[in-house]
Design a protein around this ligand. Structure first.
Ligand code: PRT
Ligand code: ZN
Length: 283
């Protein structure tokens, strides 16, 4: 039976469970569970701290896992990154007190930088030829400069609100990260087959994210104009309507282009436009 490690609680927990659910796999979401058996797939779920997931997968305690790329990079264990999962997006950045005069990376020479990601930071500083002291702390990194523990911080930034409320400014982005599916590199054939099936399902889910399915009626004479507006997966599906001179068009549109596309389609006479959420897109 394949074993997957997911975060027990925290930012990736709910979305990991939701992704499995969309893939037809029901997982216990009780926050007190350590281990459970999924329904709908031969899968055992281990609920761990995210810091421990790369190690658990490398050691074969779990076969696969869902964790941030930042943890994978920091722990530097022998695991394979199978695919990005499209959630948990953030970045690891260097930030300093807003009153500091920052002109470039040289600023960090001989400074103290507080972080929970010493491995990623020391690799970066080495590459950039900067000699600084890394102060490893586990939580509340953002308060380190104000209590005199460090001159700067290296931490996860998402909206930037935490930096702002602590009087810090982001000066360098070192790494963009999101949740990834990782795997032990030496899975046996049965487990590899199960992983391939999971990857297939996850890809069809992540690829449909941000896409909409659109149906509309259109005067047939405007078909060429509509095809130019609608890029679709290949080209839109066109069906004749009972009413002479009209047809129905179906297409997949990127959500970010939805409203400009609809405006353009209305401009060439489209009517009865329906927009439907896509659950899966199997290529
Ligand atoms: O208990 P456990 O060890 O499992 O969890 P944890 O507390 O170590 O991690 P958790 O749950 O906070 O985050 C899990 C993963 O989510 C991280 O490893 C990242 O890959 C991802 N992620 C995405 C984030 C954020 N966004 C995020 N905003 N992780 C942390 N933050 C924190 C950040 O540390 C900072 O304090 O949010 C704050 C910044 O947010 P903004 O929006 O104010 O910039
Ligand atoms: Zn953690």
């Amino acid at each position: 039976m394949l074993k997957i490690a997911i975060q027990a609680k925290g930012r990736l927990n709910e979305q990991s469970i939701a992704l499995l659910k969309d893939a037809g796999i029901k997982v216990d979401d009780s926050k007190r569970k350590l281990i459970s058996k999924a329904k709908g797939f031969d899968l055992q779920v281990l609920y761990l701290r995210d810091d421990d997931i790369p190690q658990a997968v490398a050691a074969g305690v779990a076969d696969i896992g869902i964790v941030g790329q930042n943890e994978v990079a920091e722990r530097n264990k022998n695991v394979k990154e199978v695919m990005p999962l499209g959630f948990g997006g953030c970045r690891l950045s260097l930030a300093l007190p807003k009153q500091a005069e920052y002109q470039g990376l040289e600023w960090f020479s001989n400074k103290r930088i507080a972080t929970s990601y010493p491995e990623i930071l020391s690799k970066y500083l080495k590459e950039q030829n900067i000699n600084a002291t890394i102060c490893r702390i586990e939580g509340s990194v953002e308060i380190a400069p104000s209590i005199g523990m460090a001159d700067a911080i290296f931490d996860i930034v998402s909206s930037g609100a935490t930096l702002l409320s602590n009087g810090l400014v982001e000066v360098e982005t070192v790494m963009e990260t999101e949740a990834v599916l990782i795997a032990n590199p030496d899975l046996d054939a049965d487990k590899q087959e199960q992983l391939d099936e999971l990857e297939f399902r996850f890809r069809s889910i992540t690829e449909s994210a941000g896409m909409k399915y659109v149906l509309m009626n259109l005067p047939t004479e405007q078909l060429d104009a509509a095809v130019r507006i609608l890029p679709g997966m290949r080209s839109p599906t066109v069906l004749p309507l009972a009413q002479e001179g009209w047809c129905s068009i179906h297409a997949v549109i990127r959500e970010d282009a939805l409203w400009t596309t609809i405006r353009a389609l209305k401009g060439i006479g489209a009517e009865g436009i329906l927009v439907i959420s896509l659950e899966n897109m199997i290529k």
